[in-house]
Design a protein around this ligand. Structure first.
Ligand SMILES: C[S@@+](CC[C@H](N)C(=O)[O-])C[C@H]1O[C@@H](n2cnc3c(N)ncnc32)[C@H](O)[C@@H]1O
Length: 377
């Protein structure tokens, strides 16, 4: 199988987690960039990356890299590719573009249109028929990136964002995105064999992702991917990789995962999500204020995303929530490492602890810090 360049996108700040994941999957020339990681690999690796990456939002394969000055150059470059290897005229297509600092191209939309024209013209010349455009739900997607005079053309291998694992069908209030939760977990030093607690678990994202990590459950098992729609899709290879992943899932864990929340509605959603994810038997959920939470086993690691007033209503008593968390950490977590996602500098003082690491990460549009606290035994 031939080697190709790829790019996996992730939330800003999580690049080191994604880099570590790609290295572990055997990707070549792994190179972190802002908001993602570039790598080289064959089709097996591209499928594996979609199936196994926990912190990536999307994986794209590079089709072309060249120099361009204007939209005509973009058309000419895209016309050099043999599109009939990837697309049939009966499929629908969408092209998006991002163009920066290229004086010869006024609108990124125009450059995207020129790529579409090139694909359509090549296919029409061969089949006398052409694929149509569907911007909402296309069979295949292309992404054009032009920066100054450098043009990169990618095909999308993922489709729906990889955070859609399939265990959270309904819209939840201020949940943590699954890829961010997984990326944050990967940035901790949790060994995946010792008790972990989230005392303010909300819809339970950290716990489900932790359960999938510890049981070696591929996050992409059970969902579909855009690469299944490309003409060169290798069904046998894909079936083999899925079967391998299914065989790897561990049914049980010899330690506990515990989630607490004082909001019964949030816990009901967390339980439903855990059930959908097939891990409800591995997580013990408690309706409790953090200050009263008493996990069955002493945690080695605490991960938590307390409210910090940006997404959750201002009516909540934020000071009290953080005091309650501080109380839990001091009372129940001696000797543990706590990782707290904070979007507020002032609220963290309620914990009464000193950070030993501060990692800047974006939680959607919110600039946050992933804070590590080593709690004295
Ligand atoms: C930002 S949300 C957590 C979101 C969660 N990470 C998820 O993936 O859905 C904060 C949660 O803290 C809970 N909370 C606030 N104060 C609390 C307290 N004193 N004790 C326990 N839970 C609390 C809220 O009910 C809310 O579910």
């Amino acid at each position: 199988m031939s080697l190709r360049n790829h790019f996996a996108a992730c939330g800003k700040g999580l690049e080191p987690a994604l880099e570590q994941e790609l290295e572990a999957l055997g990707a070549l020339d792994v190179e972190p960039r802002r908001g993602g990681v570039a790598f080289r690999g064959d089709k097996r690796l591209a499928y594996t990356a979609n199936l196994w990456l926990r912190s990536a939002i999307r994986v794209q394969e590079e089709l072309l890299e060249t120099e361009v000055r204007d939209a005509d150059d973009v058309y000419a470059a895209a016309s050099t590719l043999d599109w009939s290897a990837w697309i049939t005229p009966d499929q629908t297509l969408a092209v998006s573009a991002s163009v920066r600092d290229t004086p010869g191209i006024r609108h990124s939309g125009h450059a995207a249109l020129r790529v579409k024209d090139a694909v359509v013209d090549r296919l029409r010349a061969r089949y006398k028929r052409r694929p149509s455009v569907d911007t909402k739900n296309p069979d295949v997607r292309l992404k054009l990136v032009v920066q100054q005079e450098r043009m990169l053309l990618y095909r999308d291998l993922s489709g729906t964002s990889l955070h859609k694992r399939g265990y959270r069908p309904i819209q939840v209030k201020s949940p943590l995105n699954e890829t961010i939760a997984a990326g944050l977990l990967l940035l901790t030093d949790w060994d995946r064999t010792s008790p972990l607690v989230d005392p303010m678990c909300g819809s339970g994202t950290f716990l489900v992702e932790a359960a999938w990590l510890a049981t070696d459950r591929a996050p992409g098992l059970g969902r579909s991917f855009a690469f299944e729609g490309w003409l060169d899709h290798d069904v046998d290879l894909w079936n083999e990789l899925q079967a391998e992943a299914r065989d790897r899932v561990r049914p049980a864990l010899p330690f506990s995962l515990t989630g607490g929340d004082r909001h019964a509605g949030a816990l009901a959603l967390a339980q439903k999500g855990a059930h959908e994810a097939g891990v409800s038997h591995l997580i013990s959920f408690r309706e409790s204020d953090a200050r009263d939470l008493a996990p069955r086993e002493k945690p080695s690691t605490v991960v938590v995303n307390p409210p910090y007033g940006v997404r959750i209503g201002a009516d909540e008593d934020l000071d009290d929530a953080w005091e309650s968390l501080g109380n839990f950490l001091h009372r129940q977590c001696g000797g543990a490492t706590a990782w707290v996602l904070s979007g507020s500098k002032t609220l963290t003082r309620h914990l009464g602890l000193r950070t030993s690491r501060r990692i800047p990460v974006m939680n959607g549009p919110i600039e946050c810090r992933w804070l590590r606290y080593d709690i004295r035994g």
